[in-house]
Design a protein around this ligand. Sequence first.
Ligand SMILES: Cc1ncc(C[n+]2csc(CCOP(=O)(O)OP(=O)(O)O)c2C)c(N)n1
Length: 629
Amino acid sequence: MPRLLDRIDNPADLKGLTKQELVQLAAEIRQELVTTVSANGGHLASNLGVVELTIALHRVFDSPRDKIIWDVGHQSYVHKLLTGRRRRFNSLRQYGGLSGFTSRSESEHDPFGAGHASTSISAALGMAIARDLAGDDYHVVAVIGDGAITGGMAFEALNQAGHLGSSICLVLNDNGMSISPTVGGLARLLNRVRLDYRYQWAEAESKRVLDILPLGKKLWQLGQWFKRGFKGLIMPTVLWEELGLTYIGPIDGHDINALETALAQARGYSSKPTFVHVITTKGKGYQPAEGDAVYFHGVAAEKKNDGTAPSYSEVFAQTVLRLAREDPKLVAITPAMPEGNCLSVVEAEFPRRVFDVGICEQHAVTFAAGLATRGFRPIVAIYSTFLQRAFDQLIHDVCLQDLPVTFAVDRSGIVGDDGKTHQGTFDISYLMPIPNLIIAAPKDENELQHLLYTAVRAEHPMAVRYPRGPGVGVKLDNELHQIPIGKGEILRQGQDVAILAIGATVAPALEAARKLAERGIEATVVNARFAKPLDAELIKELAGGTKRLVTVEENALSGGFGNSVIELLQQSGISDIQVKTIGIPDEFVEQGSQARLRANYGLDAEGIARKVLELFPQPATRERLDFKN
Ligand SMILES: Cc1ncc(C[n+]2csc(CCOP(=O)(O)OP(=O)(O)O)c2C)c(N)n1
């Protein structure tokens, strides 16, 4: 039987469908989501939960004239299917394919690109004010989850939205879940609405009481006061109303009729911000995802781990567990990623010393600073891309006061299919100029343990960056030891060229050296370990020896490790040397598998060997070096 979905080329095609057809369409969309995400990986549970909401939004509003903004954008797959991207949907998260998030360059139906959380209300407000100033009359809608609304930016925008009073429609997609269950006071408040069915009774009762009050301004005022006080007692909507938003809800987010009624009501408010509270079930309609929404939040296309080596994140968590057992003052903080960075393992044993602070990177960093002032040893486990959010907190609250906070910078370097918004290719550059901060990267998962052990004993803030995915498969030492700060190690000696690699690039650098040796070029390979402070002594010695240096890093070249090495040479007056740097040029890194992207940027063994070869320009040597086989 032909699918209804195959007839939807743009949102206007939804408008003529009957209620029964809409139910069928929702089922077809869910089938498509499960099939594609099973093959390509992606955010399954979040998308399954917004099928009806997305259909209703596109029936009530008129995209692209009306602007529908998805916070984070990880739940925009249904929106993509309904806005002309159905035929390309099988390319989701693939190299050159559809993004797993919203993107302005991908479709006119994506008015704002996303990937990081809590931006939608600010963006919506900007568009709404632009509309008002230009004398336009389109609608602006922001859809934000109960996880993303815990982010500080969302609150900053809500504060301004109520103050400006411009018309925007904020849809809270409340499923009680961030990636893990949403935490915090706001989550508790929302839970009361979601879980306590008394809200239905409360609403009916407050309306009944108001109905029997006599008219007249004074009593009307009293009625308003009573309504707010009474509703607030049982139905915690008052927060939104006091902020200046008209509250509509709570609405069953899987009932298209109810959704359409509520959204149409919101659309009707032409001079007020509205807040439509929609209750959904994450993973809806696919039993495995409904049963385990945490696991099915983000599904990997390939198996994360082939079983031979633990992931860096797993080794991180096991190390924190050991350190926490030894030191009662050790605490760990995660901004909403206890599963991704594996801290849930530590939390199980030390529930009072692991803090999921919500999607609040800025708060996470300053919270750690506060703990450090009182003699605690905080470890902030944070993805490289999300630490960007807390740049000022890093400088102003941690490093300026030289507080010994450890930053476990997970997913550093190339992360793969999540694409441009999530690549961890900036951290060395943005950390580098901050005084007092030590920046390290282990060559393998064993060294990660030792660097973490070193970091929690350091007298300064220290960042340890490590990549996404499995370690290189080395044996993990039982005894942990401190690594001297700012000291690299020579892994291989050769007189022709020195390769200085840091972090995940050390293993391919060693392999490159082996390939070069087969062809008569002997390379020294150094595991730099520290981007700051650099091992100046070692670098100067190498420069004096081989006169040829190649640096390798999975980070932007601008302001990165290699540039720092060049600066050191320059400042030391060393000029009789050839230097090549391998890293990410001045561009955003696309989505694709880590292996493919690394190869694209010459960060694999072949690429490193090729770059070394550029320092040996004799054609005869070049011809002999064929690294393809
Ligand atoms: C600034 C930032 N921190 C962390 C993340 C990682 N992240 C992606 S989705 C998500 C949970 C979002 O929860 P919610 O908004 O409730 O949406 P749901 O998936 O439940 O629909 C998190 C923490 C992010 N995208 N951006």
